[in-house]
Design a protein around this ligand. Structure first.
Ligand SMILES: [Zn+2]
Length: 159
């Protein structure tokens, strides 16, 4: 077996023959449209949490949703409170590549007064063993938005 043999001008490298293994470079520019969810992510950049309010029955979702799952009517965007409580939580000892350096970290479902569904987010600034149901939390936003869900997280607030 020979290693490091260049196969062609594009840069493939033969790493092995049994089994046959090639090293190739792969790169792509990816256009990711947020489509109807766009206002939610723009809202994060303005330090706002936007939920979805049903125009018929008044059900309020803590997440983007174009139509109501209770009655089927269209929703409007509405601003959510920035403070809430931990409804439930879990400690993650593994995660996607972006989050590996932060393990262990805590994921929480946030409940807000007057809102009918929950919001999934990270809880920062607390040892996982000290987190509990009912803990008051406040939304924090990235100073420089990346227009991703990591633009918002929660921290414990004393009130
Ligand atoms: Zn509805």
């Amino acid at each position: 077996m020979k290693r490091g043999i260049h196969m062609h001008a594009q840069g493939s490298v033969l790493l092995g023959v049994d089994p046959l293994v090639l090293l190739d470079h792969y790169e792509i520019d990816y256009h990711h449209s947020y489509a109807q969810d766009s206002p939610f992510f723009v809202g994060l950049s303005k330090k706002k949490l936007l939920g979805s309010c049903c125009t018929e029955c008044g059900y309020i979702y803590a997440t983007p949703r174009s139509h109501c799952m209770e009655c089927g009517a269209a929703t409007d965007w509405c601003e959510l409170p920035l403070t809430g409580r931990v409804h439930t939580f879990t400690t993650c000892y593994f995660g996607g590549e972006v989050f590996l350096d932060e393990t262990p970290f805590t994921l929480i479902l946030v409940e807000f007064d007057g809102v009918d569904s929950l919001f999934l987010a990270r809880l920062k600034g607390m040892e996982p063993s000290t987190v509990h149901i009912g803990l008051p939390v406040v939304a924090r936003f990235a100073k420089t938005p990346s227009f991703k869900v990591t633009d918002v997280w929660f921290e414990h607030t004393h009130r």
